[in-house]
Design a protein around this ligand. Structure first.
Ligand SMILES: Cc1cc2nc3c(=O)[nH]c(=O)nc-3n(C[C@H](O)[C@H](O)[C@H](O)COP(=O)(O)O)c2cc1C
Length: 239
């Protein structure tokens, strides 16, 4: 939404699947980096993929999307990663989407209220880009978050398929880390799985799900602590 509101002719790069292409940008480009928040950080796979993007003082927008708990150090980490790759982050935002592991958190988000803020942000980014192109301010974009970053933590929750699985292979193809065996897509390789829940979201038969005692207890705790708390989008601009 943000990209298309800024320029209808955007070029999108999906960094979730086997992204190995080095991409070079120059001063006239304008790049939007968007990542989901995993455990308050940028997912490791995303930071690896972003290391293939090489800017040359290229202005950029940085965006993280989180599931209404907190984005903690994800946005500051994304700022630092993109900066070290030669980009100049001039605007940043943290937006809320339904939690991909706990769908009762932030259900229906982004909603109409979010959409208005997202489009407002895109408009502000456009204006800010024009200002930047004229004045080239050299100060660093200030965003919320801490460095050193919080330690990365692994959630030991792994989705699996049930008897609704028809072996269609969609999850095998779309798993970003190849954690679903082709010969039995109801299984999950726990050593590879990053719990991203893409298989849950894309399974046409709704066969792949999170379940079990640990899942139910974490879910209950999350929902108890955060039910009724609505986080709003936050935006930042380089002044
Ligand atoms: C492994 C994992 C860790 C997550 N950690 C957080 C978190 O720390 N804070 C939060 O609010 N949401 C968290 N979420 C929710 C995601 O940030 C949110 O669902 C995401 O923005 C949705 O994007 P997606 O559907 O493209 O994955 C996490 C989700 C996953 C899968």
């Amino acid at each position: 939404m943000i990209g298309k509101a800024i320029n209808k002719d955007i070029k999108e790069h999906d960094i979730t699947l086997n992204f190995r292409e080095e991409l070079l940008f120059d001063k006239r480009d304008f790049v939007l980096f968007a990542v989901p928040v995993f455990a308050g950080r940028v997912p490791a796979q995303a930071s690896q993929a972003i290391s293939l993007f090489k800017g040359n003082n290229t202005p950029a927008i940085i965006v993280c999307v989180y599931g209404n708990r907190d984005y903690e150090d994800a946005l500051i980490e994304l700022r630092n990663i993109t900066q070290s790759q030669g980009f100049v982050p001039i605007a940043g935002g943290a937006f809320v989407a339904r939690h991909s592991i706990f769908p009762n958190m932030a259900p229906g988000r982004p909603d109409e209220k979010d959409r208005i803020k997202i489009l407002e942000f895109a408009q502000q980014c456009k204006e800010h880009y024009n200002e930047y192109a004229l004045n080239k301010p050299s100060n660093c974009l200030k965003v919320k978050g801490n460095f050193p970053y919080r330690a990365p933590s692994v959630i030991p929750l792994y989705p699996a398929g049930d008897d609704k699985c028809t072996n269609c292979g969609t999850c095998v193809k779309l798993c970003p880390v190849g954690a679903i065996p082709e010969h039995n897509p109801t299984e999950t390789n726990h050593a590879l799985c990053i719990s991203c829940a893409r298989c849950v979201a894309i399974c046409p038969k709704h066969s792949r799900i999170f379940s079990g005692e640990l899942y139910e207890s974490i879910k209950m705790k999350f929902e108890e602590n955060l039910a009724g708390i609505r986080k709003e989008p936050e935006t930042f601009f380089n002044r």
